[in-house]
Write a protein that binds this ligand. Structure first.
Ligand SMILES: O=C(COP(=O)(O)O)[C@@H](O)[C@H](O)[C@H](O)COP(=O)(O)O
Ligand SMILES: [Mg+2]
Ligand SMILES: [Mg+2]
Ligand SMILES: [Mg+2]
Length: 371
């Protein structure tokens, strides 16, 4: 059977008001471009979604990962949406389009990319996670819990088809290196890395030998693009996305969603410079307003049908997540009370890529030696 590729490519091409949400006209522009591509046979299917001020293009096609045509289509779609944003004088139009022209692969040009080429199973549940006002490392804890924590995923204990665990591909995003680590065998070593979430990020998860899923195909993939590395300065947060497959030899849907019941602390929020709780929310409430936050995550659930998307179901639009939302609001009050003090504000090393160094530059000459 021909494989299908799922590409989730996102960019902030303008918000309204400020960095709060995506205007419906941008969604319409993107849908028109992708509908054309579907009619021409370039795409099998697509959905356009939004989280905060980020425009999210979910596409299925048969041309594999890193395909120039698909990345070019995403780039052109973001350019068209930028024109719409410009016309409406939306805030920061074209914000994440850091390159002047498309050059074959959208990676390193500003947008975030999560792509997987898979053999579609008889029934293929897939979840697209989209975050705003945070960075790729925000996925480390939930992805770890889904695929490696038996207190989260009962299947690791009781389902023989994945009792042997999973393999994680971890990237060092500063040194541009990667390593494959097996869980549970190397769990403690892996946690030593991925606990440092601003540097080491989980890029992919693979099934192990003996699984129902081919080992060469990822079961989860996360966007790891760091905008400041492309732009050389702070131009907004990376606002990552992820694709996760589920059920039948993989964590069940409920095991995939369970890690988001914590409201774990992530960095981002106001000016990309603060720690705060990641709040799971419905599509309709993914508009970060309080202190430009708190950081949000939405989950869109689909079944694949020969590459077509059946869905989405707005998975966090469920009262079962009300209590975590309440807890996130309490944590928000508590963290906000710290104002400019750490650990609400990020530590100095992580402020290096924000606008704070410019303020520090002005103070430099005033310092004299202590005794
Ligand atoms: O982090 C933020 C935006 O991130 P985003 O665009 O979602 O990646 C915001 O908090 C802005 O940094 C803040 O609103 C200030 O924005 P500017 O006035 O500098 O554009
Ligand atoms: Mg923005
Ligand atoms: Mg954003
Ligand atoms: Mg951003």
């Amino acid at each position: 059977m021909t494989k299908i590729t799922i590409s989730l490519i996102k960019a902030d091409v303008g918000g309204y008001p400020g960095h709060c949400s995506v205007h419906p006209e941008l969604i319409k522009t993107a849908e028109e471009k992708l509908e054309e591509a579907k009619k021409s046979g370039c795409l099998v299917d697509y959905r356009v979604m939004a989280c905060g001020d980020d425009l999210e293009l979910l596409m299925s096609h048969r041309t594999g990962c890193d395909c120039g045509d698909i990345h070019g289509l995403a780039w052109e779609t973001f350019e068209a949406a930028t024109e719409t944003a410009k016309g409406l004088k939306l805030y920061g139009y074209g914000q994440d389009l850091l390159a002047d022209a498309f050059s074959g692969n959208i990676k390193g040009m500003g947008p975030g990319v999560a792509e997987m080429e898979i053999t579609e199973r008889t029934a293929e549940p897939i979840i697209a996670f989209m975050m705003d006002k945070t960075e790729p490392g925000a996925f480390n804890l939930p992805i770890f819990k889904m695929f490696a924590d038996p207190f989260n995923t009962a299947g690791l204990i009781i389902d023989p088809s994945f009792h042997h665990g999973f393999t994680f591909e971890v990237w060092d995003i500063l040194e541009h290196k990667k390593v494959l680590m097996n869980c549970p065998e190397e769990m403690y070593d892996m946690l030593a890395l991925i606990g440092a979430k601003s540097r080491y990020v989980i890029k992919r998860v693979f099934a192990k030998p003996g699984s129902k899923i081919p080992q060469s195909e990822p079961v989860a993939v996360i966007s790891t693009e760091k905008l400041y590395q492309t732009a050389g300065k702070y131009v907004g947060k990376d606002d990552p996305v992820a694709l996760v497959r589920s059920q039948s030899g993989l964590p069940a849907l409920g095991e995939v969603l369970e890690p988001f019941s914590i409201g774990h602390l992530v960095s981002g929020w106001m000016r990309g410079s603060h720690n705060g709780p990641l709040m799971p929310c419905s599509f309709d409430t993914a508009h970060p307003t309080r202190f430009d936050g708190p950081p949000r995550v939405i989950a869109a659930g689909f079944q694949l049908a020969e590459g077509k998307f059946v869905g989405p179901v707005d998975l966090f639009n469920d009262l079962a997540f009300d209590r975590v939302r309440q807890r996130c609001l309490e944590i928000t009050d508590y963290m906000r009370a710290h104002g400019p003090f750490e650990p609400h504000r990020l530590p100095m090393e992580e402020m290096e890529y924000t606008t704070l160094p410019h303020v520090m530059d002005c103070l430099r000459d005033r310092f004299v030696d202590t005794e």
